[in-house]
Design a protein around this ligand. Structure first.
Ligand SMILES: [Zn+2]
Length: 389
């Protein structure tokens, strides 16, 4: 077994230990003691170096804690102590997020009656899953403020041990038997936990609640503590400032300006659609006038374009509003066909349906206007040949 030095001193970042064993390739190393935290309880493993070799992973195995090295442990390392050095920036960040989680979970329970179901400490942000309905925005703001107030009170965070047979008064009952490690935030929370924590709430730094979403029957709360919160606030400010510069306006006016721009854009889009339809209608009538009738008196028009749209539909309807007219539009992305005919020309729907289904496509419509699709672009020419009157 490995003695877990981080249990009694989570601030220990340099230590010496003896090698008890290695894997045959000497990349997995087992020590008599370690300050490296293995992945568990929602907290990721530490990084750093062991015998000057980078540590890639640390995991809790039945036989002890396994340190996975980037390169094999040097021969002869077993003869003396080896030095371990933690990546302290990473570890301290984990201590901030993890202690922040204890604090938040306690405040969620105290103020909203919401129990924590699970916790995940991620590379970018961390999440707490709560067994609760979605809280309203105002209570989240209140809760965030209450959590930060406890940070500023700089309450002690203590680690004690008790036996599972004693009354433990934990926020969440522990299933473990025997010695229980208890992490206590003064006058707020007692939790059974084997993770690493800061020694006073002030070291958690600022706490920010971020995205709140419903996941099945639970609510997932994303949060940031310490430098993560500072970095996020900096990013948010910079991004908002960039948007404000884009609008040439103060930050405070950005939301109102964005809303006004959206309303103008919606109006402009409505106008564009109306004008587009009017123009297409006029184009249809002009094309009718400019298309000479064939010997049978039929005026045929074929249009090829990127994709079928409302404009070509309006042009087809306008062209075939006059007698003796036949209009075919071919779109390539996606491969699609539109056929429109005048009231005095044989029905469009059944003809289009039979041609397209013969080519592996599908479609249909009314006697005057029909539309359909083809499995690929190369069939458009064949569809055109078969549909021509
Ligand atoms: Zn913990």
């Amino acid at each position: 077994m490995t003695q877990r030095l981080y249990y009694d001193d989570s601030y220990l970042r340099r230590f010496e230990a003896r090698v008890l064993g290695t894997s045959p390739d000497r990349r997995l190393v087992y020590l008599d003691r370690t300050a490296f935290y293995p992945t568990s309880g929602g907290q990721p493993h530490d990084l750093g170096t062991l015998a000057s070799q980078p540590v890639l992973d640390v995991s809790d195995e039945d036989g002890g804690i396994a340190h996975q090295l980037e390169t094999p442990l040097p021969e002869g390392a077993e003869s003396g102590p080896v030095a371990g050095l933690l990546d302290w920036t990473r570890r301290f960040d984990h201590m901030q997020q993890h202690t922040g989680q204890h604090l938040l979970s306690a405040v969620f329970l105290r103020d909203l009656g919401a129990e924590t179901v699970s916790f995940h400490l991620g590379a970018e942000s961390s999440t707490i899953d709560l067994a609760a309905p979605l809280p309203d925005a105002a209570s989240l703001v209140r809760l965030e403020r209450a959590a930060n107030a406890i940070v500023f009170e700089n309450r002690p965070v203590a680690v004690t041990y008790a036996d599972s047979s004693e009354p433990l008064n934990l926020r969440k009952p522990s299933a473990r038997a025997g010695a229980i490690r208890i992490v206590e935030i003064d006058s707020l929370d007692r939790s059974a936990c084997g993770g690493t924590h800061v020694k006073a709430t002030g070291e958690i730094g600022p706490i920010l609640l971020r995205k709140i979403e419903k996941i099945r029957n639970n609510v997932r709360v994303e949060f940031l503590c310490g430098f993560r919160a500072v970095d996020a606030a900096r990013r948010d400010f910079d991004e908002l400032s960039s948007v404000a510069r884009f609008f040439s306006a103060p930050r405070e006016q950005v939301l109102a300006l964005a809303e006004a721009q959206r309303a103008r854009l919606e109006d402009a889009e409505k106008t564009r659609r109306r004008l587009g339809a009017e123009l297409a209608t006029l184009q249809g009538l002009r094309a009718y006038d400019e298309t000479p009738p064939d010997p049978s008196g039929l005026r045929c028009r074929v249009v090829r374009l990127g994709s079928l749209n409302d404009e070509v539909r309006a042009e087809a309807q306008s062209f075939t509003s006059r007698p003796g007219a036949w209009f075919l539009a071919l779109g390539s992305r996606p491969p699609a066909v539109l056929l429109a005919v005048s009231a005095d020309v044989p029905s469009a729907g059944p003809r289009l349906q039979s041609v397209l289904s013969g080519l592996g496509g599908r479609g249909g419509g009314s006697a005057r206007l029909a539309q359909g699709s083809l499995p690929n672009e190369s069939l458009l020419a064949e569809a055109e040949r078969l549909l021509l009157p």
